[in-house]
Write a protein that binds this ligand. Structure first.
Ligand code: F1P
Length: 602
């Protein structure tokens, strides 16, 4: 496995699998031992750590502890799901495949459904895929964490998408096996087996599914999973839940969780498409080989460590001096830019202007359910024209701009954009995907290269072109690069303590629990005291009222939507015993959270 020899031994790589490693936490919430010092690492080391973390996705199963991406059972389930999809493709009037999730999982549902529908159109087949994202289409581009807690909303949106259908393959995605929105939908499917076959995609073993009661519901995520496990024996439900190891930044399921979601679903759907269009049988080996092509994508991408490091450094420098990072993309790669940018707010407490994505063709290219969202506010302006009108006039050399494109995009157009940006700033970089031996494209590319401070050129072997998986590989590769850029830049900005995002938003139950746990870990205070400090920081008071302490978590998380720096503030209160005002003023003087709290930590 590429990169594994980089300072880590096998025992460190597999340490998270040990039964006594953070035993109370599900895999998706554990902290990764490989990245415990990521907050003090150089840009180069950050990229190396991310590489090794990503490579954990493809580790082989060892013992009975965890199913892995390449495990037999996972491959078998993917084959069964692919067969169901094949049946649906043959009957597009009466049936459909629906993918649903919250946050990143919903965004990937969108990305995968649009890519897979395009693939079907190219095969002259009708489109069968649709997506649901908690909070609706606005959540594709902005952080909407609260709807994740609402199972009824999940059911309503599912019913709406499936109106008139007689057969539905429902794919609920929740990396942590935790989102009530998805649990509600799965429960609904289980109640209507004549129409719905439920599939669950996530990255914890079934027994680690969340067992916390859901308001006004008789089920928990865990109980839904148990019912599905029972039905899975007769293939009336499917669970695809390999472990991919803890995230590089604890709980940041947008990273490996998102990548593995993309891999699993694309593998199943591609197998179904090949079976429909060219009678290629769905085989164990075919599915396995396809998964391994994704493993090679990791190697191809991370062979460019120096280029990625340059981008992380540039983006980190921009964020450090309160300037911005802009992704200007073409085609579906631009979509990955939009997705990555939208995640910075919930993940790092960033402002929407810190990292922004733009797509050529705007909403026309996006082709989302609800059409243009521009009326919702400036952060929903996503076309290149918007960048030229709104951003370019104020661009400085402290901002970082990334062009993201492939050899099949219009090079003249990319060149024109590069020139416009270059008039304002030399801090222009390119992420460029080309096919091996594509010399015609590289002539035009030379002109663009001259305008850029750095060019990350990713070259794909001809074999990817032949197997028709090139687009998927380029997308995953772009996802890895952009995740590294935005994560690395925020680490360099000081947003991370050890490998925890301290400045996380506390806007749903999962994040509330994560915040409390983090406070316990970092302050060594008991849970009760940590929750008290968290509430003080949320409500901005030194004395909690009875009304505050007796409210439910939903009330707290609703209120927290308008509060900033909640967790850092709570941590300073816990560590120092200061009043809220004192703690607030301390954080103002030292906005780098890591530095602000470091002096009181061991
Ligand atoms: C969904 C999700 C994540 C997001 C954040 C909050 O998680 O919205 O995508 O990054 O951590 O939760 P899941 O249901 O896929 O586990």
């Amino acid at each position: 496995m590429a990169g594994l020899d980089w300072t880590y031994g096998v025992s460190t790589l597999r340490q998270w699998e040990s039964a006594d490693y953070e035993p109370s936490l599900p895999v998706s919430e554990k902290s990764n031992p490989l990245t415990c010092d990521i907050d003090r690492a150089s840009a180069y080391s950050i990229v190396k750590m991310l590489q090794v973390c990503d490579s954990q996705m493809f580790q082989k199963e060892a013992g009975m502890t965890y199913q892995r991406l390449l495990s037999d059972q996972v491959v078998k389930t993917l084959m069964e799901v692919a067969k169901r999809v094949e049946v649906i493709i043959k009957d597009p009037q009466e049936s459909c495949v629906v993918m649903s999730g919250c946050g990143t999982s919903g965004r990937l549902a969108f990305l995968i459904s649009s890519g897979s529908n395009k693939a079907l159109s190219q095969l002259n087949q009708s489109e069968v895929y649709s997506y649901i994202i908690a909070g609706g289409d606005r959540a594709l581009l902005s952080s909407q964490e609260a709807p994740e807690d609402d199972p009824r909303l999940g059911v309503l949106s599912l019913k709406k998408v499936c109106e008139g259908k007689k057969r539905v393959l429902f794919i609920g995605i929740s990396c942590g096996l935790s989102a009530p929105f998805v649990a509600g939908q799965l429960d609904f499917c289980l109640q209507h087996p004549e129409v719905y076959t439920p599939v669950l995609v996530g990255f914890n073993p079934a027994h680690q599914a969340r067992d916390e009661p859901i308001q006004d519901c008789t089920f928990t995520f865990h109980s839904v999973v148990q019912r599905m496990q029972e039905l899975a024996k007769s293939q009336k439900a499917f669970l695809i839940n390999p472990a991919v190891g803890p995230e590089a930044i604890s709980g940041s399921s947008r990273m490996k969780g998102g990548s593995a979601t993309k891999i699993l679903l694309e593998v199943a759907f591609s197998a179904a498409h090949a079976a429909t269009s060219s009678n290629t049988p769905i085989t164990h080996n075919g599915v396995l080989q396809h998964m391994m092509a994704y493993e090679r994508t990791l190697a191809v991408t991370y062979s460019q460590t120096d280029g990625i490091t340059t981008l992380v450094e540039a983006a980190g420098e921009s964020l450090r001096c309160s300037r911005h990072v802009y992704y200007l993309g073409w085609g579906s790669l631009a979509l990955l830019g939009l997705i990555d940018a939208s995640e910075c707010r919930p993940t790092f407490g960033a402002d929407y202007e810190d990292v922004r994505g733009f797509i050529r063709g705007g909403y026309r290219e996006l082709n989302n359910n609800d059409g243009p969202l521009t009326s919702l506010g400036p952060k929903f302006s996503i076309a290149h024209e918007d960048f030229l009108h709104l951003i370019l006039p104020c661009l400085t050399d402290k901002d970082t701009v990334l062009l993201i494109y492939t050899h099949s995009d219009d090079a003249t157009e990319v060149g024109n954009m590069a020139r416009r940006v270059r008039e304002k700033t030399p801090n222009l970089h390119a992420v460029y995907h080309q096919a091996d031996g594509d010399t015609a494209a590289s002539l035009q590319q030379d002109d663009i290269k001259k305008l850029c401070l750095s060019t990350l050129k990713i070259t794909w072997p001809q074999e990817a072109l032949v197997s028709g998986t090139l687009q998927h590989m380029r997308e995953l590769s772009t996802k890895l690069v952009l995740n590294a850029v935005s994560t690395g830049a925020h680490v360099l900005k000081g947003k991370i303590y050890q490998n925890h995002m301290i400045d996380l938003q506390v806007t749903n139950t999962k994040l509330y629990r994560r915040a409390t746990r983090l406070l316990q870990k970092l302050s060594a205070c008991p849970e009760e005291k940590c929750e008290e400090a968290l509430l003080k920081a949320i409500y901005r008071v030194d004395m909690l009222t009875l009304e505050m302490t007796s409210s439910d978590i939903t009330t707290h998380t609703c209120f927290a939507r308008n509060s900033t720096k909640v967790v850092p503030l709570a941590l300073v209160i816990l560590l120092t015993g200061w009043s809220l005002v004192e703690a607030e003023s301390h954080l103002k003087q030292q906005p780098i959270v890591r530095e602000a709290v470091a002096q009181w930590m061991w």
